[in-house]
Ligand binder design. Structure first.
Ligand SMILES: [Zn+2]
Length: 131
């Protein structure tokens, strides 16, 4: 049985990162479609599953490989954006971000100091804010 499967998969593309991510997405879509009764989600999820199988069984390996590379570029940009956001949120914990009324420069001040005068480092404007 295992041998048969191996022979069947010979020369075929198989599973890559793109398939893994897409299969998670498709399962979420199908589940959402069922729970929220949105048939469009359900069908898109099913089509996505069909597409994953098509890629997995495809014999056009260079093309699938190129697809995966293009996918990964977007994927890492997106996940990088999220971790960047998270890191900057952690950095700014305990701080308030105010915009200078004059030049819109963002100024970071510590929280919980009451009313303070903020000096803009860019244009030198002083403005009063509650921190
Ligand atoms: Zn300013």
């Amino acid at each position: 049985m295992r041998n048969r499967l191996q022979r069947f998969m010979m020369g075929r593309y198989g599973i890559d990162k793109m398939s893994q991510v897409l299969s998670v997405c498709s399962l979420i879509l199908v589940a959402l479609g069922i729970f929220l009764r949105i048939s469009a989600f359900y069908w898109i999820g099913l089509i996505l599953i069909g597409y994953i199988y098509f890629r997995m069984l495809s014999r056009d390996i260079p093309k699938r490989y190129a697809e995966n590379q293009a996918f990964l570029r977007h994927y890492y940009r997106l996940t990088g954006w999220f971790t960047g956001k998270k890191q900057s949120m952690e950095r700014n914990k305990g701080y308030h971000i105010y915009k200078c009324p004059q030049c819109k420069q963002k100024v970071r001040v510590p929280k919980g100091k009451g009313k303070i005068s903020i000096h803009c480092p860019k244009c030198g404007t002083d403005f009063i804010k509650r921190s």
